[in-house]
Design a protein around this ligand. Sequence first.
Ligand code: ASP
Length: 317
Amino acid sequence: MTDTDARPAPPEPRHLLATEGMPAAEIGRILDCAETYVAQNRSRERSPPLLSGRTLVNLFYENSTRTRTSFELAGKRLGADVINMEVAASSVKKGETLIDTAMTLNAMHLDVLVVRHPESGAANLLARKVNCAVINAGDGNHEHPTQALLDSLTIRRRRGRLAGLVVAICGDILHSRVARSNIHLLNAMGARVRVVAPPTLLPADIGRLGVEVHHRMETGLADVDIVMMLRLQTERMSGQFVPSVREYFHFFGLTREKLKAAKPDALIMHPGPMNRGVEIDSEVADDIKRSVILDQVELGVAVRMACLDLLTRASLP
Ligand code: ASP
């Protein structure tokens, strides 16, 4: 039988690994595609089963609430079979390496592997080894591209554009893959990015990322359109980066008082999980006029559907 030989070779799988280097046109295409899924998700219309017969595996080596659930929902809403690998219950606990685990899954003919891992570069490494599409759901402090895409969709829907807006990303920039992915994406889309953090929580290469650096919330938030708060990512810290949580909240926690420096209609964002009373006060986090934190969660599903949709069209046989 030569039927398999006669079939054309499947196209090279395309991956979604980072926003660094992503052209504005491609970002726009993903956001436009996501818009169609926002409406569909709200009306509970059935999406065309684009991923019917496809298998998506969520391989998460770090905790997750929003990202894992929304990839699962996105895959299911597009008709895929979705498997959530329980890393704690898998052979990873018996010492199997990341590559061996991925190659094992690869041998079962997956179509999409969504991976989160504590090491920067883990998703890129896997993309070179497996022959399915790989989506980076967060690798160490490197990148979290779908978070930045959903953040931009949230901003674009509220403000109608990204170009020309001033966005302040505040807090633990050093350990944040969300900050890095947002900086690259927002710069590509013509927004102006400021980072606001104590010097201990800024990466050494911050000067090369094309952002304005501030060490005080009062100046960093002056006249900004968007305030994006970040969690202190203690799980990635080796040693003491802030004197105390109380002092950190005093200087860098977002309160109604500090928010007065921003534009009167500035939006408040947070990728979650929030640590209330550490980087953000409940009064602003729950302000229904300014906080778009739950919009971010909602739009995360649509953005992930768009990423799966576009990857499917581009690379799956
Ligand atoms: N959920 C985001 C991430 O996985 C932000 C955070 O954990 O603070 O990077």
